[in-house]
Design a protein around this ligand. Structure first.
Ligand code: THU
Length: 234
């Protein structure tokens, strides 16, 4: 993956200022992250948060971060949280980043995969694991929730999986499936519904509840009358 490609994958229709970075884990795996804006600006996922949460959701600990410059939102927080070595370079090492796209095959039984995936959730604060699978026609991405010392810097499973797909350059989706084994129902939070509305506006959202039942929803029904304005796009 070339540097230019990954910058193109940043979703920045409101600022027109693409941002990207690469996080290397202690074990030497590399995870890219891009800026993912939201029409409700405060819900924007900074590139550093995306890369670190993707790395953590894969069971890896961030160790180094490659950036083109230090003008990246949340950089200081994540550097401090994981004592990251910051490497400023024009030659961002995107070519070795992990490909987190998984092919759909006969083994792809969402609920059984979602149950196994719960083990990967990073939930030191809540002990409330959530798993998500985001499907395209031919592939899917896996995500879990990630918590860090500052509760506001972690990401829900839904936003982790959307971050992975956007970073991989995928923007056309079929459906999102979510599971939690605790709680009365599996149900995306308000912030995730807003992010879902941006990327899966009229898509199927399949919720696998703790009691073994499943419910299917159209994303627009989960956030009716949501905030839209063409005047915000640049
Ligand atoms: N959580 C999700 O992953 N998805 C949701 O839609 C609801 C909340 C996570 C975030 C946090 O790690 C934990 O559940 C408790 O809020």
């Amino acid at each position: 993956m070339t540097r230019n490609l990954i910058y193109t994958q940043a979703y920045t229709p409101y600022s027109n200022k693409p941002k990207a970075c690469v996080v290397e884990s202690r074990k030497g795996s590399s995870y890219a992250g891009v800026r993912i804006e939201n029409i409700s600006y405060p819900l924007t996922i900074p590139a550093v948060q995306a890369a670190c949460c993707i790395c953590l959701s894969e069971g890896q600990i961030p160790s180094k971060i490659y950036v083109q410059n230090k003008e990246l939102d949340q950089l200081d927080f994540w550097v401090q949280e994981f004592d990251l070595e910051v490497i400023v370079t024009d030659e961002l090492r995107f070519e070795n980043t992990e490909d987190l796209t998984l092919p759909i095959d006969t083994d792809t039984v969402p609920l059984s995969k979602l149950k196994i995936l719960l083990e990967k959730a990073v939930t030191p604060n809540s002990d409330f694991p959530v798993s998500a699978m985001l499907f395209t026609k031919t592939a899917y991405f896996e995500g879990v929730n990630v918590e860090v010392s500052d509760w506001t810097k972690g990401l829900c499973a839904e936003r982790v999986v959307i971050s992975k797909a956007i970073t991989a350059g995928i923007t056309e989706f079929e459906r999102l499936e979510i599971h939690t084994k605790k709680g009365e129902v599996s149900s995306p939070c308000g912030a995730c519904r807003q992010v879902i509305a941006e990327f899966l506006p009229y898509h199927d959202i399949i919720l696998h509840h703790a009691d073994g039942t499943t419910s299917e929803h159209l994303s627009i029904d989960l956030l009716p009358f949501n905030f839209k304005s063409t005047s915000l796009k640049k």
